[in-house]
Design a binder for this molecule. Structure first.
Ligand code: SAM
Ligand code: DTB
Ligand code: SF4
Length: 749
């Protein structure tokens, strides 16, 4: 391996979602830094990316112990060695869930199930594992599994069951691998990791120190991990636990400071990942563990056993964290009560029950969100609006206001007085629905009180357990909630990846199984577009139907602003398109457009429609007036699209990384432009700097967008002036060159 004495030049830019892959030389330079300097740098990044001072507690359970056909030289569970670990059958799901509940009650927020398998085999055992995953997820815990190699469909099924992460370690460098394992290849490992990633499951992948590997092997392992298409969300660093009977039984214990060095380098190279101080803690002093935490470890396994080998006692771990002022990371569910119980050593039952306890649990969780920079607050609008969805500027349009005043003068009723099925119906709605159906090129339309109600109402009404939804990974939460409510199976494919979708599609299993492909025509956070015609081709080929949420396309795309569906020639497979009116139309509510039978079905089955009070009648008047503007003033649409293309170019020139840069559905004229910052604190700081410069441009953070892709989402409006665009781009330029002179803007823009 080449060596270099240069100082490391690689720096994980705070303003990017996934740092560029480092070269091997850069990894080496980081790894070989003087230890104190390395720790100092790792700690600074650790504080920046993980400001809460929290350590996640995970609990392991061996659900299928021993008798493994693989020959991993470190492993007490391999059938090749006599270690005293007996081969056992897969545990009962009930027994596993009881363990998981106990783990949760003692403060763990992640439960990891390990099976001594070369690969997970289809059949009753795999079905039982899926049942365990569903059960553990229902307990509000993060669920991780490590079951050996997987197929694509197994990864998919684990994802659907609610698996958070899959642990599959590379263990060491590709060069050293065959000295440790002969029954499988490094490439097999990488293959499963890719399938896990494709299924939308988080990747947990790390290694073991102390197996006789060289420093170069550790550097190579880190290089491989940091160069995966996306770095693993979770990186376990294990110290070999030498087990009698294994080929590595006589290995010298790893130097504690070598663990610290490995953890610090992992923290620098994968700043957003959880770095887990994993096996081998029994051999580490409290002081060595302290240094590991300082260098960037933010998770440990708790409980008196790992899979088959011993682990420190829970009380010792509790005391150590308390002494260090580190707190166990709570889950985003009800784990708060367990967290305080864990800290105090009390069983969780002591803190349960009653209004005061419930409110106090909520407050503690809110405090945690605050610390992590994720607490959401209501903020009144400020500055120049570059964040609302009022793309055409109709929300405050004078002529619409004048028409509504006229309507109010002549109208007797304001509120609707009841649901549409009970006296809340009105001629105004009937007319409105017919007019909008004609505009959107559909047979009928049904008006819902909001886009959320339309999507949840539609999806939960049309599908049943046994049906299957094929859902783009970046679909809006209202679509996700609707699919969940239906009880149908949900198969998620990576954003706009039709090859992955096609792999998931298969002919229906039974005549009465219905299959729905669910997409947005213009994605709300990325601003890119779904390929509707190709999706329709797949729907035809695999006997599925399409559902398209036109939330951000309505009023913007299409010859007349009717959205993307009408002109796409997909009516033969299109069950419904959804057109919210709170965006380009500047009002509220949403139309579900589709065949007459669908409308009749929704009137009978869509619960948000049936059980909501009908919208106020003045809303119908506002929508009539807004549609007039949309139809008569095509310049608004053209202007938004032209301004959007100009702003994109200016932002790129200002050094911004745009979320849709590599998307196959990129649309230069899309009015939604997301500028990536990666970490939450970086996005929030950028929001504040733009606010100081007079722009209202909000940070969007997980869970609204995937982890590590916090961003500022800009929306372009027909009412923006070019001067404003120039000023906004300039503000971004300053953001990217703090303190320095950003230089003049290119004159050709
Ligand atoms: N069979 C599955 C596999 O190999 O992926 C899952 C179980 S395996 C026990 C999970 C991981 O535990 C291994 O990849 C290895 O990194 C770690 N491990 C196993 N035995 C160990 C030991 N004696 N010391 C340290 N880590 C160990
Ligand atoms: C990981 O990297 N370490 C954990 C977890 N992933 C599954 C397992 C450690 C196992 C140590 C040996 C044993 O207890 O059998
Ligand atoms: Fe089997 Fe996993 Fe142990 Fe290897 S590490 S022997 S695959 S249980």
């Amino acid at each position: 391996m080449s060596t270099t004495s240069e100082r490391p030049s690689f720096s994980p830019a705070a303003a990017s979602s996934s740092p560029p892959a480092p070269s091997l030389g850069e990894v080496e330079a980081i790894f070989k830094m003087p230890l104190l300097e390395l720790i100092e740098r790792a700690h600074a990044l650790h504080r920046q990316y993980h400001p809460g001072g929290e350590v996640q507690l995970c609990q392991l359970l061996s659900i299928k112990t021993g008798g493994c056909p693989e020959d991993c030289a470190y492993c007490p569970q391999s059938a090749h060695y006599k270690t005293g670990v007996k081969a056992e059958a897969l545990l009962d799901a009930g027994q596993v869930l009881a363990e998981a509940r106990q783990a949760r009650d003692s403060g763990a927020t992640r439960f990891c199930m390990g099976a001594a398998w070369r690969q997970a085999r289809e059949g009753a055992d795999f079905e039982r594992v899926l049942e365990m995953v569903r059960g553990v997820a229902d307990l509000g815990l993060e669920v991780c599994c490590t079951l050996g190699m997987l197929t694509a469909s197994q990864a998919q099924r684990l994802a659907e069951a609610g698996l958070t992460a899959y642990n599959h370690n590379l263990d060491t460098s590709p060069e050293f691998y065959d000295r440790i394992i002969s029954t499988r290849q490094y490439a097999d490992r990488l293959q499963t990791l890719a399938l896990v990633r494709d299924a939308g499951i988080q990747v947990c992948c790390g290694g073991i120190l102390g197996m006789g590997e060289s420093e170069a092997d550790r550097i190579r392992l880190l290089h491989v991990l940091a160069s995966l298409p996306q770095p693993p969300e979770s990186v376990p660093i294990n110290a070999l636990v030498p087990v009698e009977g294994t080929p590595l039984e006589k290995q010298h214990p790893v130097e504690p400071l070598e663990m610290v060095r490995m953890i610090a380098a992992a923290r620098i190279l994968m700043p957003q990942s959880k770095v887990r101080l994993s096996a081998g803690r029994l051999a580490l002093s409290d002081e060595a563990q302290t240094l590991c935490f300082y260098a960037g470890a933010n998770s440990i396994f708790v409980g008196e056993k790992l899979l088959t080998t011993p682990n420190p006692e829970t009380d010792r771990d509790r005391a150590l964290l308390q002494r260090l002022g580190l707190s166990p990371e709570p889950s985003n569910s009800r784990a708060e009560t367990q967290r305080s119980a864990w800290q105090s050593g009390q069983p969780s039952g002591a803190a349960t029950g009653g209004l005061a306890a419930a409110l106090s649990a909520m407050q503690t969780e809110l405090d945690r969100l605050e610390l992590a920079g994720r607490r959401r607050k209501l903020t009144l609008p400020y500055g120049i609006d570059f964040c609302s969805n009022d793309y055409l500027g109709l929300a405050g349009d004078e002529s619409i206001r004048a028409r509504m005043l006229q309507w109010l003068e002549s109208s007797q009723r304001l509120g609707s007085g009841g649901s549409r099925l009970v006296r809340g119906h009105a001629e105004e709605f009937e007319r409105l629905e017919q007019r909008f159906a004609a505009f959107y090129g559909a047979e009928t339309a049904l008006f819902f009180p909001s886009g959320y109600a339309a999507n949840t109402g539609l999806l939960s009404a049309i599908a049943h357990p046994g049906d299957v939804f094929f859902s783009d990974a970046l679909n809006h939460s209202s679509l996700i909630d609707g699919m969940r409510l239906s009880g149908a199976e949900r198969r998620i494919y990576p954003h706009l990846n039709l090859a992955a979708l096609e792999k998931l599609l298969e002919p229906p299993k039974k005549a009465d199984q219905y299959r729905w492909i669910v997409v947005e025509s213009l994605y709300s956070m990325e601003g890119d577009r779904a390929p509707l015609q190709e999706l329709a081709r797949l729907a035809r080929q695999y006997q599925a139907a399409l559902i398209v949420d036109e939330a951000h396309a309505s009023g913007i795309l299409g010859e007349r602003g009717e959205g993307a569906c009408a002109a796409a020639g997909i009516q033969d497979v299109l069950l419904a398109s959804v057109h919210p009116c709170g965006k380009a139309l500047g009002a509220a509510g949403a139309f579900v457009c589709g065949p007459r039978i669908l409308r009749d079905w929704l009137i009978n089955r869509a619960r948000p429609f049936i059980y909501s009070t009908a919208p106020p009648l003045w809303l119908a008047a506002q929508l009539e007036a807004a549609l007039d503007r949309l139809q008569n003033e095509g310049w608004r649409r053209e202007r938004v699209r032209a301004l959007a293309a100009e702003l994109r170019a200016r932002l790129r020139a200002a050094g911004c990384k745009l979320a849709d840069e590599h998307s196959p559905g990129r649309d230069e004229h899309s009015p939604i432009i997301s500028v990536l910052f990666g970490s939450d604190p970086a996005a929030v700081a950028a929001e504040k700097m733009l606010a100081d410069a007079g722009f209202d441009c909000r940070a969007i953070r997980p869970p609204s967008v995937p982890e590590g892709s916090a961003r500022l989402r800009i929306s372009v409006h027909a009412t923006h002036t070019r001067t404003r665009l120039v000023q906004l781009a300039e503000a971004f330029r300053r953001l990217h060159s703090p303190g320095g002179d950003p230089g003049p803007l290119p004159s050709d823009l």
